[in-house]
Each structure stands twice: as C-alpha cells, then as structure tokens.
Design a protein around this ligand. Structure first.
Ligand code: AR6
Length: 173
C-alpha cells in the first residue's frame, strides 16, 4: 500500500531505501541538506555525481530532473539528487517543484524503493514558500500514487523543525 507520513529530524540519519537530496545543477555538493548528505555519506556520493556529470549531464542537472547514486556511508542505500527551482528566478517554480517530486518518485519506483524520505526541496536557500511547497509536494505524491497503486511506496516527508512539520501536517489532513 502507498502511504505518506511526516517526521522531524535529520534526513541523513534515516534508515530507508532512499533519501532525496535538495541539490543544485552542479551536483558537486553545497550547503543545507546537500552539504549534510555529502558529509555523512562520504566521497562515494561525490564520485558517483562526478560520473553522472561526465556522462549524462555535462552541462549540469536541469531544474526538475533527478538522478540516483549510492548512499555511500549513509544508512540509506541510495540518494536521489534533484535540483529544485530557485523560487525568485525560475520561470515556472511551481511546475518545476512538482516535476522534482514526480521524477524522484518515478526513479524510486523504478529501483524498487519501498521507503523514500524527502526533505523540503527548495524551501531553504532556494526560497520557495513552505506552505506552497508542502501543498505541491503532497498533491504530486498523491497524484503519483493514483497512477501507480502497485508501487507500495511509503513516503516520509522530513521536516527540519516541528514548525515545518506542522505545515506539512496541515496539508495532509
Ligand atoms: N535534514 C532534513 N532537512 C534539512 C536538513 C537535514 N539535515 N538540512 C536542511 N534541511 P536547503 P534548497 C531542510 O537550503 O532550498 C544547497 O546549498 C531546510 O530546513 O538545503 O533546495 C544546495 O547545494 C529546508 O527546509 O535546499 C543548493 O545549492 C530544506 O531542507 C541549494 O542549497 C531545503 O533547504 C538548494 O536549496
């Protein structure tokens, strides 16, 4: 059965099949959740990202796309890296944010992931308003579940504060 739940905490600690990284086009790491994932997961993740840049995306990962790498030393087996939209400059931030969630869910399903944890993509440095981002995330996940009832996917939305988790809960109700 497909399901959505929320929690508050550090996504790098989650023992799930895959965690999503709110990365950037370079795939070379950065601050926020991206920095935390690379620090906790170790150099295997960066090496896998460099290989992807050399082969699939020499010009960088476009906003709304996603790629899968090893989880390195993380408890999670895989990391799915997606480049969220920069809210104030992206031509279609809502559409690209929905596309990020959809592509991550498709990749996870294609790899047989059963437990998938998302951070609030674009809701930090990239400036996406948290309420709108929560609404788009949950609507997109529900739409995916409707299309793929067989996916048997447990999605965990990981907030970094209890206030952020309350916003997610409001849209799940
Ligand atoms: N676990 C869970 N959530 C976290 C964690 C963590 N360890 N750390 C931060 N958050 P951000 P973005 C939350 O800025 O807005 C990076 O430099 C945080 O509170 O990490 O997509 C990348 O390299 C916020 O709600 O990602 C890019 O350049 C959410 O994760 C750029 O920032 C996302 O915040 C991406 O910006």
């Amino acid at each position: 059965m497909n399901s959505i739940e929320t929690t508050t905490g550090d996504i790098t600690r989650m023992a799930v099949d895959a965690i999503v990284n709110a990365a950037n086009a370079s795939l070379m790491g950065g601050g926020g959740v991206d920095g935390a994932i690379h620090r906790a997961g170790g150099p295997a993740i960066l090496a896998a990202c460099q290989a992807i840049r050399q082969t699939l995306y020499p010009d960088g990962l476009p906003s709304g796309e996603a790629v899968l790498t090893t989880g390195g030393n993380l408890p999670a087996r895989w990391v799915i890296h997606t480049a969220g939209p920069v809210y104030h400059t992206d031509p279609d931030p809502e559409g690209h944010l929905a596309q990020c969630y959809r592509r991550c869910l498709e990749l996870a399903h294609a790899h047989g992931v059963k437990r998938l944890a998302f951070p609030g993509i674009s809701t930090g440095v990239y400036g996406f308003p948290k309420e709108a981002a929560a609404r788009i995330a949950i609507a997109t996940i529900r739409a995916f579940f409707a299309q793929a009832p067989e996916a048997d996917l447990n999605v965990i939305l990981v907030a970094f504060s209890t206030a952020d988790e309350a916003i997610l809960q409001q849209y799940l109700a």
